[in-house]
Design a protein around this ligand. Structure first.
Ligand code: MN
Length: 227
């Protein structure tokens, strides 16, 4: 048999630096903005956060031209603040959470919404809807707010120049420190881990040829083109 070489972890550029951030795991928070929960027909009560994961190999950088994903007739954009973890920790307290933050990026959680709806209806996992090649677009990481909680800033996504999502990070149900504290009750967080923190309202379907641009205040903007 031929030898299979060890794959290299995908790397994310760090703004203003020649260093790169090696991706370990990508955790995602679901249902974290009340107006988005409502548009999805859910209940926005603050019960317990919900999580799902994406493979590191689902990552693509900003500026990518992505072949339209297979197996869906309803591909949705979800712009999200992404937390980059820089310090190991389990059972992290809310007060200690900021120490674990390496930096922040903007991201797009691409979602095969039709497959997610079918999974929800049948009580099945979301993997087919959430974890596929290109489903985690993540922009350059800004370290300007390392060790700080980023709780207020505009979050915006446009498709072909038209605003689809526009909200503020202060609308998150679970705040950044609460997410890190809660997630670390279930996982030993490690440098290289990423947390996508959920999307505001305005998610909508994408088509081949669409150009998507996203921005979050004080963080490098992101771009995606669908073939
Ligand atoms: Mn999402």
């Amino acid at each position: 048999m031929h030898k299979i070489s060890l794959p290299k972890n995908p790397l994310i550029n760090i703004a203003g630096s020649s260093d790169q951030f090696p991706i370990r795991r990508i955790f995602c928070v679901g249902k974290n903005y009340a107006a988005h929960v409502t548009e999805m027909g859910g209940d926005a009560s603050k019960d317990t956060p919900i999580y799902f994961t994406k493979s590191a190999w689902s990552y693509i950088p900003s500026g990518s031209i992505l072949e339209f994903p297979k197996g869906t007739n309803d591909l949705h954009h979800e712009i999200e603040l992404v937390i980059a973890i820089g310090k190991t920790g389990s059972d992290i307290s809310v007060g200690e959470a900021a120490e674990h933050i390496y930096g922040y990026a903007a991201g797009i959680d691409l979602t095969r919404r039709d497959l997610q709806a079918a999974a929800k209806n049948n009580g099945n996992p979301w993997d087919l809807a959430k974890d596929f090649e290109g489903s985690a677009l993540i922009g350059d990481i800004s370290t300007d707010m390392a060790h700080q909680l980023y709780q207020e800033g505009n979050i915006l996504l446009e498709v072909n120049g038209e605003i689809r999502q526009s909200s503020n990070l202060n609308q998150m149900i679970w705040k950044i420190d609460e997410i890190i504290a809660n997630l670390s009750q279930y996982y030993a967080l490690e440098p290289g881990d990423l947390i996508m923190t959920g999307t505001p309202e305005g998610v909508s379907a994408l088509n081949p040829g669409d150009h998507i641009s996203g921005s979050i205040t004080n963080i490098p903007p992101i771009q995606l083109t669908l073939k």
